[in-house]
Design a binder for this molecule. Structure first.
Ligand SMILES: [Zn+2]
Length: 113
């Protein structure tokens, strides 16, 4: 377990140093809490409805973007698609963030080799 954590730690460092890898998951957080983690390998639309507002995430072809939102400035929509680890879409009015990550604690199968 400690070794796994250590490996994860190194992996995280590696992501921070070279953030130009294709990501595997989109991690959505709202107000600092993880709302959900979605595989980028699976095309889908995710409605994120919280007390702050509504964002529609699109996942297609290994990319994720915000296609619709009812926030006032639409920064999140204008950000466009992200696909590399470490890239992030923020929607400040909705306290929402979408981060592209690689394998993590949500996907133990992917790192059990
Ligand atoms: Zn927004």
């Amino acid at each position: 377990m400690a070794v796994a954590l250590l490996v994860l730690g190194f992996a995280t460092l590696a992501f921070l140093r070279s953030s130009q890898k294709d990501g595997a998951f989109a991690r959505v957080t709202v107000d600092g809490e993880v709302y959900g983690t979605y595989s980028l390998a699976e095309d889908r639309t995710v409605d994120v409805v919280t007390s702050y507002g509504h964002n529609v995430l699109c996942i297609e072809g290994g990319k994720v973007w915000v296609s619709e939102a009812d926030c006032p400035n639409h920064d999140c929509v204008e950000k466009g698609a992200i696909a590399k680890t470490g890239q992030i879409i923020l929607c400040l009015p909705h306290k929402l963030s979408v981060t592209v990550v690689n394998e993590g604690e949500e996907a133990p199968d992917a790192i059990s080799y």
